[in-house]
Design a protein around this ligand. Structure first.
Ligand code: AMP
Ligand code: GLY
Length: 428
């Protein structure tokens, strides 16, 4: 079978790499792909991003399955378009993708269906938004409504920060959020304390298969300091998701979400990602939903997936996920993101990347913002450049391996965290 992966990040490199390893997959096309997918055995980049052109390509090449990585094409309706043309695709429809593309939709949905989350209020005008902050006080969380690649959220520890975030999101928009219909809106939320985890399941509209647990690191600097990013590293499994927490999440969050989406006439097909906040008593609440795999969570999850990924996608698009059980490597996977100078605000492009190690069973460097330049050098082309991923017997050994693998890699201005996995490593 020929398979098409839509996207150009580290998550898509990992998807393409895993799918290329399936004995039943002939070629994996990645549209548009990156400098890493360009050199991956069995994988070919196709320079197409227009959705109609992608559907034409899939039809002409007789692509048997398309898997969508990022949120933007989902929110633009790629799944609706492919399905209307009789093409097999895994992902949510445009309507279902609103769980991610509109925070206001997601919060209303959770309230309607009794899914645990933070209290919130939605504002389009700054004056009542500022009043709300004064009434509630800090810490408080200000979120832009719209797609922001994980960056449209300010966890304000002081009221002053909250006021500044409101002014920015409702007027200046320095974060460059892609607004939904009706223009700029903010969601102001109660601050939730606890530890975060990423809980990702595959859905076929009715049935659900949970992936292994994982956790990412959203802040740019060590010790979880500095601005939010798309994710600076991840590991799997996440010890904070104990078997009890897992059962609660399935019962209180995932089950009602999938049932609620069906009831509301937009059955969810695709990867459903619940960002969780787990308090000290093990009670999970939903921070956000994503309508896709996480990045860099996908890189560590796919390193651990032992089942044929094609089985997962074929069952998911046939509506038979109830027949599937996934096998996971017992090892821990840990990935460290190397980001470009200036990330997350204004990443610099064009720096030459050198020192990439070869691939092995224990480690893999997934590319994100890289491209092969005309002179043959590999250059940075985006904010997150690489995700250096390794397996180990424990979080500590996976972490050691990942940093050993990262050591020889270099590009000007590279930034990476030195503490990926720290929450899962007990002090000796
Ligand atoms: P989001 O894009 O909604 O996932 O938010 C990005 C990050 O901001 C989350 O991963 C959390 O670290 C933090 N965050 C968002 N909402 C809250 C909340 N209500 N309480 C505490 N932290 C939050
Ligand atoms: N790593 C978080 C995300 O993909 O949104």
């Amino acid at each position: 079978m020929k398979v098409l992966v839509v996207g150009s990040g580290g998550r898509e490199h990992a998807l393409a790499w895993k799918l290329a390893g399936s004995p039943r997959v002939q070629t994996v096309f990645v549209a548009p792909g990156n400098g890493g997918t360009a050199g991956e055995p069995g994988v070919r980049n196709v320079p197409i991003t227009d959705l109609h052109a992608l559907a034409d390509f899939a039809a002409e090449e007789k692509v048997g399955l398309t898997v969508v990585g990022p949120e933007a094409p989902l929110a633009a309706g790629i799944v609706d378009l492919f399905r209307a043309r009789g093409l097999r695709i895994f992902g949510p429809t445009r309507a279902a993708a609103q769980l991610e593309s509109s925070k206001a939709f997601a919060k209303d949905f959770m309230q309607r269906h009794g899914i645990p989350t933070a209290h919130y209020a939605t504002f389009t005008h700054p004056v009542p938004a500022h009043e709300h902050v004064r009434a509630v006080g800090a810490p408080i969380v200000i979120k832009a409504d719209g797609l922001a690649a994980g960056k449209g959220v300010v966890v304000a520890m002081t009221e002053a920060e909250a006021h500044a975030a409101i002014d920015d999101m409702l007027a200046v928009n320095t974060l460059g959020v892609q607004h939904n219909e009706g223009g700029a809106r903010v969601v102001i939320e109660e601050f939730m304390a606890g530890e975060e985890a990423s809980f990702i399941v595959a859905c076929d509209g009715v049935n659900v298969v949970s992936l292994a647990t994982s956790q990412d690191h959203k802040r740019i600097f060590d010790g979880d300091q500095g601005p939010n990013t798309g994710g600076m590293g991840a590991y799997s499994p996440a010890p904070v998701v104990t078997p009890d927490v897992h059962a609660r999440v399935m019962r209180e969050i995932i089950g009602p979400t999938v049932a609620g989406m069906r009831k509301d006439g937009m059955p969810f097909t695709g990867f459903l990602y619940a960002g969780l906040m787990i308090d000290t008593l093990g009670r999970p609440r939903t921070v956000e939903f994503n309508a896709r795999l996480g990045d860099p969570e996908a890189q560590v999850l796919l390193m651990r997936l032992k089942s044929d990924p094609l089985d997962l996608f074929l069952h998911a698009t046939d509506g038979t996920l109830n027949e599937l059980e996934l096998q996971w490597d017992r090892h821990v996977a840990l990935g460290v993101v190397m980001a470009a100078a200036g990330y997350p605000q204004a990443p610099r492009k064009g720096d030459v990347v050198t020192g990439l190690p070869g691939s092995s069973d224990e480690g893999h460097v997934f590319h994100a913002g890289t491209e092969r330049a005309a002179d043959g050098t590999l250059r940075t082309s985006g904010g997150r450049v690489l995700c250096v991923t390794a397996l180990g017997d424990s979080v500590r050994t996976a972490q050691q391996r990942a940093y050993e693998l990262l050591n020889p890699i270099s590009f000007d201005g590279a930034q990476w965290r030195r503490d990926i996995g720290h929450r899962a490593i007990k002090p000796r």
